[in-house]
Ligand binder design. Structure first.
Ligand code: PRX
Length: 645
């Protein structure tokens, strides 16, 4: 943590070659939105939010249910610990599911789930409510109450949403751990949150293989996690598992009991709804805390406006519920808006590379929200796969998770959207909870730019001292005001919250990203300025991978850098110093990669491990990753005056 406090944000060289190719060309879908009377309303939204941001958010908050109305929209008296809708009483669950029970939405599909083998299930809003009620009764029978923490480690199946919603309904704080993380990663997160229960499945499917998630959880529990009293196992893959008497319970048995359904907990607007651990610049993940009231208003409003949601939409966000995109824009956002979402447990190019397009056509998907890595992967497969399907059902496209390069943007626009569908490139973070820089559908778009701040958000590009930089120049992306879905704090670590986001450049929220604004005010996001990696859109920290590597018995020191990759955006490369007595070999390199897989998960495995005898360090012994990276990419290492040797 001191590392975070002392590390000043670093300026990064801009890479604009591709950007400049298309910067001045404007794209949009005029014929689509000319017919849309709402187009003019969008301009009014920007004006309204600029003139009265609190009034703007209050208008949308009023569309959601409150048990007691708030006293103040935004209370900044304890800045940067902001309160949104303070004094208000509500529950995110009521907004997401309960309120629809009295309307026609009750019989509408909330989720259409498809498994890797093609099995499908449809769950209406009514059925979802019923199941959540039963499961919450089961949780209560385990003596779980408001404020307790529950960990969730599950594949993309409807029960993951049921588990999250049942917790939120009861005021239990959920902490979802992405199912690609290892036992050790689960252990770290469960122990930090002191979760009492962990919910998992007997397995999941990936590329024809069955993965035993319960086994991974069992490993975590046998290594530690003293706070865990029970695991709840959803029977999904019919994979044989060993149940530990007294500790392990079947989900289907728990919900089959005829237990009294607990009332939905009336929560203060500011009460925590969930924790989501995310990577920072140290080896310890941060527990980002989101609330009920502000989060629900921010997520509801952004999804409604940015994707211009309609009653008849079939919306598909290809993310995983284990990341913030899944929380905000698979579970809570779509449900609050009463749309039908497609959930897919599988990968988009299996068993055939056009699986994704085949599914869009078959399910009549109208909005597709995905990541640049997937778009680049699909582009690599060529156009034949897309052309083989009728994608005329699509009306809007979205992108998230990493910068989208103009070439990938144009491919998405031309071949997937057939030049009819606007692309909403949404820049945001686990911490922001909701879209922050993104277009609204009718605005003129530029290939590779995330457009401008969402109404009510003030973003800027500044230098180290916090001074705005002129158009065309790169700098640190900061947010200058608060927004409803802003993280509340870092779990049990308010000091780290202050140090990470508000102290390096005082007075603003430091995003950790570099950006540039062009002469028209469009933002071009350039990637992280800190030691956070984005591998295929997955957020990992260099320090986390380094500490996994040095925990291998042969390793003395390690430095990890991110390297540009044409499909994944970025991949990790490790430079390793071995302990004396160990000799470099391809087998050892492979073993270290396996060790990373075991320690963090497959997503963190470095592409390369190279053995070195020295690493560039400061005089105080800190590895200078910047110098390693410059050497690797043949770039200017910048200021090396602090380099020891
Ligand atoms: O670097 C930015 C990148 O993803 C980071 C946030 O990662 P995470 O908290 O995992 O949330 C990802 C999903 C919201 C950001 O700091 N990022 C996210 N969206 C974009 C992006 N970079 C460029 N363009 C985007 N649209």
């Amino acid at each position: 943590m001191p590392e975070e406090k002392n590390s000043q944000p670093k300026e990064k060289e801009e890479s604009t070659t591709e950007v400049l190719l298309s910067e001045d060309t404007l794209y949009n879908a005029p014929e689509l939105f000319a017919r849309n009377a709402r187009a003019s309303d969008f301009e009014a939204l920007y004006r309204r939010a600029e003139a009265d941001p609190e009034g703007f958010w209050a208008d949308f908050a009023s569309e959601l249910p409150w048990k007691k109305k708030w006293k103040k929209v935004l209370d900044d008296s304890k800045k940067p610990f902001y309160s949104w809708f303070a004094g208000g009483k509500t529950n995110l669950y009521t907004a997401a599911v309960e309120r629809h029970q009295a309307t026609a939405v009750k019989d509408k599909a909330a989720f259409i789930w498809e498994g890797e083998n093609g099995d499908t299930r449809t769950i209406t809003y009514g059925q979802l409510h019923e199941t959540v009620n039963k499961f919450s009764a089961g949780l209560r029978s385990l003596n779980l109450n408001k404020g307790d923490r529950v960990a969730i480690y599950m594949p993309n199946i409807p029960e993951v949403a049921v588990a999250m919603l049942a917790c939120v309904k009861m005021g239990i704080v959920h902490s979802v751990v992405y199912a690609g993380f290892s036992a050790q990663a689960i252990q770290k997160r469960v122990e930090d949150a002191e979760a009492k229960v962990i919910i998992t499945t007997d397995g999941s499917f990936r590329r024809g293989k069955t993965l035993s998630l319960k086994e991974v959880v069992d490993q975590a529990l046998s290594a530690g996690c003293p706070s865990i009293q029970h695991s709840i196992i959803v029977q999904h893959a019919k994979n044989p598992v060993t149940m530990k008497e007294g500790r392990d319970l079947w989900y289907h048995e728990l919900i089959a009991q005829d237990l009294p359904v607990p009332d939905t907990e009336v929560m203060d607007s500011e009460d925590p709804a969930f924790i989501l651990y995310t990577s920072g610049t140290t080896g310890t993940p941060k527990g980002v805390v989101h609330s009920h009231g502000g989060y629900m208003v921010g997520v509801y409003t952004t999804l409604k406006l940015v994707f211009d949601l309609r009653e008849s939409d079939v919306y598909w966000c290809t993310a995983d519920p284990g990341w913030i995109t899944g929380h905000s824009y698979i579970v809570y956002g779509p449900l609050m808006n009463g749309v039908t979402s497609l959930l897919f447990e599988g990968v988009p190019d299996y068993p055939k590379t056009d699986r994704i397009w085949e599914m869009v056509e078959r399910h009549h998907v109208t909005i597709l929200y995905t990541a640049p890595t997937l778009i680049r992967m699909m582009a690599k497969y060529g156009e034949a796969g897309v052309k083989a399907h009728d994608l005329s059902c699509l009306r809007l496209l979205g992108s998230v998770g990493e910068p989208i390069n103009p070439k990938a943007w144009l491919w998405y626009y031309e071949h997937v959207g057939n030049k009819r569908c606007p692309i909403m490139d949404t820049w945001w973070q686990t911490e922001t909870g909701m879209f922050m820089i993104c277009p609204l559908p009718p605005v003129p778009l530029k290939a590779g730019s995330a457009y401008k701040p969402f109404p009510g958000i003030i973003a800027d590009v500044v230098d180290k001292t916090g001074k705005s930089v002129p158009p065309g120049k790169g700098g640190f992306l900061v947010i200058k005001n608060s927004w409803p879905a802003q993280l509340k704090t870092l779990f049990r670590n308010p000091q780290r919250y202050l140090e990470t986001y508000f102290e390096k450049i005082p007075g603003v929220y430091l995003t950790g990203d570099m950006a540039r604004r062009d002469k028209d005010g469009y933002f071009w996001i350039q990637g992280r300025s800190d030691d956070v990696l984005k591998i295929a859109g997955h957020r990992l920290s260099n320090a986390e991978i380094e500490s996994a590597i040095v925990s291998h018995p042969a390793v003395s020191e390690a430095g990890v850098i991110g390297k540009p990759d044409p499909v994944k955006g970025e991949v990790a490369k490790a430079f390793v110093i071995l302990k004396s007595g160990f000799a470099p070999s391809p087998e050892l390199s492979q073993e270290i990669r396996q060790h990373i897989r075991k320690t963090i998960g497959p997503l963190a495995v470095t592409d390369e491990v190279v053995f070195v005898s020295k690493l560039p360090k400061t005089r105080s012994g800190k590895i200078m990753r910047r110098v390693l990276r410059a050497q690797e990419l043949g770039e200017d290492p910048g200021d090396t005056s602090t380099l020891e040797d």
